[in-house]
Write a protein that binds this ligand. Structure first.
Ligand code: ADE
Length: 258
């Protein structure tokens, strides 16, 4: 059994919303709060491993600030995001889990100077998750779902599936069937086969790319980004999201090498 507490650098676990972080906070050993950059960072141990829990806040800029602070101030060398997303791809249903293979910013458009979706001066439109960390996260998510549902949430989401694929991020809560169809069609038409939409992941992926910090993200589908998304989203966040985050992160931390 490796001595996990020997690890010098904590793993960062980022959530967008307090409700999503709740289940992790309850398990944090030796919690120590550090206020920095208008945020509370929680240092402690989860399953014997040093971690920093942080809220990304909502939107790409806020998430980039949190990610940068985690790297610069807290010295994290691995970052994991847990949160919720709207399902965009066919067969990506409420209660399913999407682990990001990579990210695109669906609201980035510097055309005609650069191709639609391309991040100017990076020569690319997508940022990948770290292959090894993402594989472990996908395994953890699949195992958590396979345990017959997550923390009592399973009954409501029997048959929930784990997917691995592209996630689109943008500064917009997508809550209309025609908008989500349009978003899906535009991205697919540009060669981006997207599974889910949220508001932070691509920003964190870009920051981690800049610093060379391995990053992986998992999103539970809280809504279908359609006309009832604004009702489904808060209900899911209140009732289910923290149990998903807790179950998946536990399995991931137990599987990490020091
Ligand atoms: N996060 C969860 N659901 C979402 C949606 N429909 N749009 C953007 N971000 C989300």
């Amino acid at each position: 059994m490796p001595n996990r507490s020997a690890s010098p650098t904590p793993v960062a676990i980022l959530s967008a919303l307090l409700q999503e972080q709740q289940g992790l906070m309850e398990l944090l050993h030796r919690p120590q709060k550090v206020a920095h950059a208008g945020r509370d960072f929680w240092l402690g141990e989860l399953h014997g491993r040093p971690v920093v829990l942080a809220l990304s806040k909502i939107g790409k800029v806020a998430a980039a600030t949190t990610a940068t602070a985690l790297i610069e101030r807290f010295g994290v060398r691995r970052m994991v995001f847990t949160g919720v997303a709207g399902g965009l791809g066919a067969g990506v249903n409420v209660g399913d889990v999407v682990v990001a293979s990579d990210f695109v910013q669906h609201d980035l458009d510097a055309s005609p100077l650069f191709p639609r979706y391309e991040v100017p001066l990076y020569g690319r439109s997508r940022f990948e998750g770290d292959a090894a960390l993402t594989a472990l996260l996908f395994k953890a998510a699949s195992a958590a779902l396979g345990d017959g549902g997550i923390g009592g949430a399973g009954a409501a989401f029997a048959g929930a599936r784990a997917h691995l694929g592209l996630i689109a991020s943008g500064d917009r809560f997508v809550s209309g069937a025609s908008e989500s169809r349009g978003l899906h069609a535009a991205l697919t038409g540009a060669g981006h086969e997207v599974l889910a939409v949220e508001m932070e992941g691509a920003a964190v992926a870009q920051v981690c790319h800049d610093y060379g910090v391995p990053f992986a993200a998992v999103r539970t589908i809280s809504d279908r980004a359609d006309d009832s998304a604004h009702v489904d989203f808060p209900r899911f966040v209140e009732e289910v999201a923290s149990r998903y985050a807790h179950a998946i992160v536990e399995k991931l931390l137990l599987s990490l090498e020091p």
